[in-house]
Design a protein around this ligand. Structure first.
Ligand SMILES: *Cc1c(COP(=O)(O)O)cnc(C)c1O
Length: 440
């Protein structure tokens, strides 16, 4: 990056620092991953210079013959990999992709989106009141059962009563397998579209370690940068079942993405998606996906052995949600202290949470990124011990009730944790381990 160093040493330095940070921590936010060098090389190319409004062979700008080939290649690879007849690879990211799907199918203030509540692990775009999806459309929120798992009978009852136009399944904080088949039957029963938002689990679906929704959903959306390990971006797929329900569905999606919501596609992103899809169709990637789940299952069992209470009882995918209430610590404090120890997770609400979203009772973690680095079961055992060590250090921190007191508390907590010898010791051990597992 010699040109960057010359033109903007400030940004270059910050990027270097971020690269160092990513290398020296255990990156355990379940929506994050490390792309290959090949994906990053495709991103940083002249393709970012081009305007290509429209679709392959139907552009509003000249000079797109080569870009057409690139986007068509991305489309062909996605169709083959997921087994779908249609895909749009242009959405800038997952939230714009869901926006496009709603824009294509729903009438504002009239039609209903049925999605899992944010507090139970749904995404913002699944009808949360703070998101456009909850502001512009009517919503039918569903929750999890008392065991923190999907209660398909309750979901069916609600769908029959409320008649949503679209049912969304696929989540951001759910650690179990999703019964896409049952969701499909429910959608059919009430005449709804089923949108499977597999943003988190697309890599697992491709790797054959999570069932695919393609036979049961009408539309499948995924981000490309989570377990799929591509650049930031998203894809909207329409299935055979979707085309059977509505033969214009693909056209409606295309029109909603462009010109409905977006202008020119990010052609460098399309190229990088194509690269990631090629990588994801290799046997090596299948092995990777399998190891992601093996690691998560192992880590869940080791955490349980160390006295942690896991929401839904464990993990069957790439993700673990820890309910910290039995440890007397909240998620904000835990996430902060873990970062001091070089372990990066995010605070997260748990089902039936008694605490507010900014100070939730849980933390969410996952294995996609550390598995990309090559970590296996042996490392998971060690990581669980580090989690236990960190929580032990902070378990007596009393969190004040009042807002201003909380802000002051977090300031003091920062100083205390940064000077905590045991946390520093864990941080050094983590850093030493990461040296053996270089970034791609
Ligand atoms: C990450 C995610 C999205 C949104 O993706 P962004 O790229 O962050 O906009 C949508 N749905 C689900 C289920 C997700 O996990």
């Amino acid at each position: 990056m010699s040109s960057l160093a010359k033109t903007d040493p400030q940004i270059k330095k910050l990027i270097d620092l971020e690269e160092k940070r990513q290398a020296e921590v255990l990156e355990m936010i379940p929506s994050e991953n490390y792309t290959s060098r090949a994906v990053m090389e495709a991103l940083a190319t002249v393709l970012t210079n081009k305007y290509s409004e429209g679709y392959p062979k139907k552009r509003y700008y000249q000079g797109n013959k080569i870009v057409d080939d690139i986007e068509a290649l991305a489309q062909e690879r996605a169709k083959k990999l997921f087994g779908v007849p249609y895909v749009n690879v242009q959405p800038y990211s997952g939230s714009p992709a869901n926006t496009a799907i709603y824009f294509a199918l729903l009438e504002p203030q009239k039609d209903k989106i049925m999605g899992l509540t944010l507090a139970f692990g749904g995404h913002l775009t699944h009808g949360a009141p703070v998101s456009f999806s909850g502001k512009y459309f009517k919503t039918v929120p569903y929750e999890l059962g008392r065991d923190s798992r999907l209660d398909m009978n309750a979901i069916e009852k609600l769908a029959i009563r409320e008649k949503p136009k679209i049912i969304v399944c696929g989540f951001t904080a759910y650690a179990q397998i999703i019964d896409f088949k049952r969701f499909g039957l429910i959608a059919d029963k009430v005449g709804a579209y089923l949108l499977a938002d597999i943003s988190h689990i697309a890599g697992l679906v491709v790797g054959g370690v999570h069932p695919s929704p393609v036979s049961y959903a009408h539309i499948v959306m995924t981000t490309t940068h989570k377990t799929l390990r591509g650049p930031r971006g998203a894809m909207i797929m329409v299935t055979e079942k979707g085309l059977k329900k509505d033969e214009e569905l693909a056209e409606k999606i295309d029109k909603a993405v462009f010109p409905g919501l977006q202008g020119g596609p990010h052609d460098n992103q399309s190229a990088a998606i194509a690269v990631a899809l090629k990588e994801a169709s290799s046997p090596v990637f299948k092995k990777y996906a399998k190891q992601v789940v093996t690691n998560s299952v192992k880590l869940a069992s080791e955490l349980t052995k160390n006295g942690f209470d896991l929401v839904s009882g464990g993990s069957a995918n790439h993700l673990i949600l820890i309910d910290l209430r039995n440890k007397g610590v909240n998620g904000s404090i835990a996430a902060y202290a873990l970062e001091v120890a070089n372990i990066v997770v995010n605070k997260n609400g748990v089902p039936f949470d008694s605490n507010p979203p900014f100070y939730p009772s849980g933390i969410r973690l996952g294995t996609p990124a550390i598995t990309t680095r090559g970590m296996k079961e042996k490392e998971m055992k060690k990581i669980a011990q580090w989690f236990a060590g960190v929580i032990e250090e902070i378990k007596n921190e009393r969190f004040p009730e009042e807002k201003e007191a909380r802000i002051q508390f977090m300031k003091g907590f920062r100083i205390r944790t940064e000077h905590n010898r045991n946390l520093q010791k864990i941080a050094a051990e983590v850093k030493a381990l990461t040296k053996n597992f270089p970034l791609p």
